[in-house]
Design a protein around this ligand. Structure first.
Ligand SMILES: *Cc1c(COP(=O)(O)O)cnc(C)c1O
Length: 352
């Protein structure tokens, strides 16, 4: 693929304080854009980051035919490591299939990502813990208010230098189950990375925050019994010597970090089990002293220890509200691989 490149005349690098990076607040100088029309992806280009022109009748604003991804690039000495891009690409296309969006080839995905990252290399933060967050997304671009599968689309990639998720060390989160809301039901959009899932989670998350919790711990939509995931994180429980995570079944997002954790824990000879796990089982294990630790996994935070869970009138504290040994080991191992401090024997880093 040949990408047309138009460079900016006015870099915003100097206006950016790299000591005070939040998450997704500032954007690099350039962005990638490509269009889908007449049945094919055409006109790939890299242009200065900026406004895009749309009509108010843009169908994806009304009906949500949109998918996105979130991955990261890290400085590893003189090189740049993009962590597991083929996994994120695979999931992008799965999401595309569910939302009737034309798939994007790996060649297009990786070439666009590579050229954009090379062009904006200076935007990749130098400090350990910081990284360049990469946000590919596809949206339907027909101007039409009838409900139908669109004929035209736009695939874009924007990037944002981000700070470490943990400014003052890793802080365990407080989760609460919701008696009222669900995230996804079987047959719905739960396994796709699509804005609709986020839209539906805003109100429950706001209510949880008002009550002093960090996030909602989602239970299944049918029986309100089995644990699914939390916020934009998959969840793991270490009970006795088993590491248990909810099995994928169409309602849970298949996290890349989840997959990385499963691989590493198996490599470390742990018993890793993907199965249904009920909230009652977790509470019981906790009361019997068998729940050693719990944590969430996601690209943004990598590993997020769970210190407290509340379900109805029952509250549990996990590992004294502190990060567990496995959580810490996983965090250290994954970040060491990402920053090139450890040999990447699994071939997870795409090095530029
Ligand atoms: C993105 C996401 C995750 C985490 O996936 P990673 O690939 O590990 O970043 C988990 N749950 C939801 C709902 C998500 O959108």
């Amino acid at each position: 693929m040949k990408i047309k490149i138009t460079k900016t005349h006015h870099s915003r690098m100097n206006e950016t304080d790299f000591e005070k990076l939040g998450f997704g607040e500032v954007f690099s100088d350039h962005m990638f854009s490509m269009e889908y029309r007449n049945g094919e992806w055409v006109s790939p280009e890299i242009i200065p980051f900026g406004k895009i022109e749309i009509y108010p009748s843009l169908c994806s604003l009304h009906y949500g035919q949109v998918v996105f991804e979130g991955l990261k690039a890290f400085r590893a000495g003189n090189r740049v490591n993009v962590f597991r891009p083929e996994k994120y690409h695979e999931r992008l296309n799965k999401s595309c299939q569910r939302l009737c969006i034309p798939e994007v080839s790996y060649d297009v995905f990786i070439t666009a990502l590579k050229e954009l990252t090379v062009l904006d290399k200076e935007w990749i933060p130098k400090k350990k813990g910081n990284s360049l967050y990469i946000r590919p997304f596809v949206f339907a671009s027909d101007n039409f208010l009838g409900v139908k599968i669109a004929d035209t689309y736009r695939f874009m990639i924007i990037t944002s230098p981000v700070g470490s998720y943990y400014k003052e060390g890793i802080n365990p989160v407080k989760l609460v189950t919701s008696g009222e809301y669900i995230r996804a039901a079987k047959g719905g959009l739960g396994a796709a990375k699509t804005p609709a899932n986020y839209a539906s989670s805003l109100l429950p998350a706001q209510e949880a925050k008002k009550k002093g919790f960090t996030q909602v711990l989602w239970l299944d939509g049918l029986e309100r019994k089995y644990i699914e995931e939390s916020g934009a994180m998959n969840v793991f429980f270490r009970i006795d010597n088993e590491l248990i995570t909810p099995a994928l079944g169409g309602t849970i997002l298949e996290g890349v970090t989840r997959n990385t954790v499963i691989h590493l824990a198996k490599k470390w000879d742990m018993d890793v089990v993907e199965r249904r796990i009920s909230i009652d089982e977790v509470l019981l294990a906790s009361n019997e002293g068998r729940l050693k630790e719990a944590f969430g996994t996601g690209t943004a935070a990598v590993i997020s220890p769970v210190g407290w869970i509340q379900h109805e009138s029952e509250k549990i504290t996990i590992n004294g509200g502190k990060i567990g040994t496995l959580s810490q080991r996983l965090y250290d191992e994954i970040t060491a691989l990402q920053y090139g401090e450890k040999a990447d024997t699994s071939g997870w880093c795409y090095s530029i």
